[in-house]
Design a protein around this ligand. Structure first.
Ligand SMILES: *Cc1c(COP(=O)(O)O)cnc(C)c1O
Length: 355
């Protein structure tokens, strides 16, 4: 039976990206050796890093003065590296969920953290509006897509202070005005690659302004200077990222990724809104087009497990919601297909007929 992958992360990648990675692990570029057993400083690997950086710059239209890094540690390490490198006294954070809170927790180790707004009281079912950022903060941090709750901020903020964004789960799903940020970061396993690599886009002249000493590995300047090669980078995930970047470019770039995301999300949200068994969990205007969250309507609550079993029997994978929200979550990252979304909708309709 055909499987439809709705996993929240690590997540679906286009089959061709997986196949090219598999090939490179068996025999990289026809050199008779595996990508896994050659030096990251070899003439064979350096072009991988160079092209991956160049494609990120091209796809996101990254302006001069920014550096693209591929490091280990995941987005979770950036929660600490961001304040280490940018926080002198005070930073502002928008609290939109678990990941935002984890980022705030690390920042508090380095200075004062102002929470500009929070939707915690409503279990993060909407994006707070109408807040202001104090003008004396070193930076403002937000999470563009809240993977667990299915809310998303699909625009760039125009603020007087430097902006930092955790784009782990929606980077490359829309055009971004990178000039509005000093730092964008993301764990790769949601829209870029397999787990093991983190992407960071950092503005070079925003670095070097904190007073504290920074351990070498946690200092962005180390990696800027060494082109992500200060130590051994995660070569296989970087290679998968490269193949995925090539794939995105060939498909038409981030504008096309956005068009597809909106098309897929409409197919599924329309059904959530129409079907008597289900309802969406978040404010309509804040609905994520990456992680589509829904639950059984109250009168059908007891059918939750049945629907999950039913969907699984039809080939749906990873549609169980996060434990803090319950219900269901259909993650529709860049490689998700309209066919997959239609299969999920068919499943919801069939289940409705049974009840
Ligand atoms: C998954 C996720 C993280 C954590 O990423 P790791 O790479 O596992 O550390 C952080 N932020 C967001 C928005 C996420 O979705």
């Amino acid at each position: 039976m055909k499987k439809y992958n709705f996993n929240a992360g690590p997540c679906i990648l286009d089959r061709s990206v997986i196949e090219k990675t598999a090939q490179a692990i068996l025999d990289f570029n026809g050199i008779g050796l595996s990508l896994a057993e050659i030096s990251h400083r070899s003439k064979d690997f350096q072009p991988v890093m160079d092209e991956a950086e160049a494609l990120v710059k091209e796809l996101l239209d990254v302006p001069e003065g920014y550096k693209v890094l591929f490091l280990g540690g995941g987005a979770s390490l950036e929660f600490c590296m961001v304040p280490y490198n940018f926080l002198n006294k005070k930073a502002a954070y928008l609290n939109t969920g678990v990941w935002a809170k984890k980022a705030m927790k690390e920042a508090k180790l380095f200075g004062e953290v102002v929470e500009v707004a929070s939707s915690a009281d409503a279990n993060y079912t909407f994006i707070p509006k109408g807040w202001t950022v104090p003008e004396d903060v070193d930076y403002f941090h937000f999470t563009s897509n809240n993977t667990i709750y299915g809310t998303e901020i699909r625009h760039d903020f125009d603020l007087k202070v430097p902006v930092v964004c955790d784009m782990s789960s929606d980077i490359f799903s829309r055009p971004v005005d990178v000039s509005k940020y000093i730092c964008i970061y993301g764990g790769a396993q949601k829209n870029l690659s397999m787990a093991g690599v983190t992407i960071i886009i950092v503005k070079e002249d925003a670095l070097g302004h904190v007073e504290r000493q920074i351990p070498t590995m946690l200092d962005y300047r180390t990696h800027v200077e060494k082109g992500s090669m200060f130590n051994t980078p995660p070569v296989v995930p970087v290679y998968t990222a490269l193949e995925n970047l090539r794939w995105m470019k060939a498909q038409g770039g981030v504008k096309e990724m956005e068009r597809r995301a909106l098309e897929r999300a409409k197919i599924v949200y329309d059904e959530i809104d129409r079907n008597k068994l289900f309802r969406g969990t978040v404010a309509e205007e804040d609905r994520s087009v990456m992680n589509l969250c829904f639950v059984m309507n109250d009168e059908y609550k007891e059918l939750e497990k049945d629907f999950l079993d039913f969907a699984t029997s039809k080939g749906m994978v990873g549609v169980k919601g996060h434990r803090s929200v319950g219900g269901f979550r259909a993650s529709c990252y860049n490689a998700q297909t309209v066919e997959g979304c239609k299969a999920l909708v068919a499943c919801m309709q069939e289940f409705e007929k049974l009840h």
